[in-house]
Design a protein around this ligand. Structure first.
Ligand SMILES: [Zn+2]
Length: 393
């Protein structure tokens, strides 16, 4: 049995521009309509087109006069892009499948492999119209505004590039996570929402994301010189705004989150930030079952200083992280104070060290631990990051 596949149809009426486009990559300095015109001046070329009537662009079955309507498209673009801030743009387009097929057949019939597609010509010509009409620059790698014209429906899609704001945050509370927890609807507040809910309306964006240089636990304060972050807002209509205003509004919101050193950033910096690994200094309040013996604690701290510890993935995160053993170095452990059952320690440790587990030992999964060396089961009362040692600070 023969299964008939629908055949792409040949155009019977085409314009000089669509003929010229078949030779777009031959020679230089001509626009496609002139190329087509010159081609048709030669009698032997005409013979390649015996079944085809050469018509005006409006009657052409391939382009259907789309290049004659660039002014109208530009007008539509102007209306739709009103209020969108952009310096650079890039035009893309979608054409009906039949158009693309007819064009391919025509170029084949003309025996040319030097053609360009109607999409390419449209993107270029409409790009020029936007440049002429707005004075903005076309940009191919990361345009502020992507302009997609869908010729199937004569519709426009305008999509702006995300904006990125770099900064440092400090968190002076023990009850919010860094980012939104999609699996916990009862916990809406996060550092991400406290910044994003202010930033997003300022730039009239669609959504926001906080990219952090690592993260601390919900119950850990982030003090000292702060943690680096980049806030991304997708599809913003505004790209420039006073960063001081954002800083001032977040810091005066009374929510226990402070931001500083804000500047505009780029997408590339996100990966760099997420890949950074710096030593951190922590202040940790440790509780013992009985009064702390100061000398014994000082001695235990001294024994851990400069030591390698081995940490198997903690039980509390083992559902989210693969089970492996990390070798971490503790640069410095000192006892700052002891009061009754409580000892206050300062710990400088390599990036990625689990401090809570260093104290209590995580059922033998962290070795050695302070509990093991001190000789009593110790628990963590509170933990703060007090310094992130960036650039050798
Ligand atoms: Zn045409």
């Amino acid at each position: 049995m023969n299964v008939e596949t629908p055949q792409a149809s040949h155009a019977s009426k085409v314009c000089e521009r669509c003929i010229g486009r078949a030779f777009a990559n031959v020679g230089t300095g001509l626009a496609n309509p002139e190329r087509g015109h010159n081609f048709l001046q030669q009698i032997e070329n005409r013979s390649k087109l015996v079944h085809i009537a050469v018509v005006e662009e409006e009657q052409c079955q391939i382009c259907q006069g789309v290049f004659q309507r660039l002014d109208a498209y530009f007008q539509e673009f102007t209306d739709q892009s009103r209020g969108i801030e952009f310096k650079t743009y890039l035009v893309g387009s979608r054409f009906p499948k039949e158009t693309m097929e007819m064009e391919e057949l025509l170029q084949k019939d003309l025996g040319s492999d030097q053609g360009e597609s109607i999409k390419r010509e449209f993107n270029r010509e409409f790009g020029k119209a936007i440049w002429a009409g707005t004075g903005k620059e076309a940009e191919f790698s990361e345009p502020d505004l992507n302009v997609i014209v869908d010729l199937n429906y004569d519709s426009f899609q305008l999509k702006t590039r995300s904006i990125f704001v770099y900064g440092l945050y400090r968190k002076m509370r023990r009850d919010i996570p860094q980012t939104r927890w999609i699996h916990r609807t009862d916990m809406n507040t996060s550092i991400e929402t406290l910044i994003g809910d202010i930033l997003m309306p300022m730039v009239q964006g669609r959504n926001y994301f906080l990219h952090g240089a690592g993260r601390e636990d919900v119950d850990v304060q982030m003090l000292g010189n702060g943690r680096e972050f980049i806030m991304e807002v997708s599809e913003p209509r505004i790209r420039t705004f006073p960063l001081e205003e954002l800083e001032q509004r977040v810091n005066s919101s009374g929510e226990g989150v402070e931001i500083s050193k804000l500047r505009f950033s780029l997408k590339e910096e996100v990966a760099k930030l997420k890949g950074s690994a710096n030593d951190k200094t922590y202040l940790v309040r440790v509780r013992a079952p009985a009064d702390i013996e100061r000398e014994r604690m000082v001695d235990a701290a001294r024994k851990l200083t400069g030591k390698h510890i081995y940490q198997r993935t903690p039980l509390r995160v083992s559902t989210r992280r693969s089970d492996l053993i990390r070798d971490k170095t503790l640069q410095d452990v000192t006892v700052e104070d002891t009061i009754g059952h409580i000892a206050v320690l300062k710990v400088r440790a390599e990036a990625g060290t689990y401090i809570k587990e260093l104290i209590h030992g995580d059922e033998g999964r962290t070795k050695p631990s302070l509990s093991e060396i001190y000789g009593e089961p110790l628990t963590v009362e509170s933990l703060d990051v007090i310094w992130i040692h960036r650039n050798g600070e």
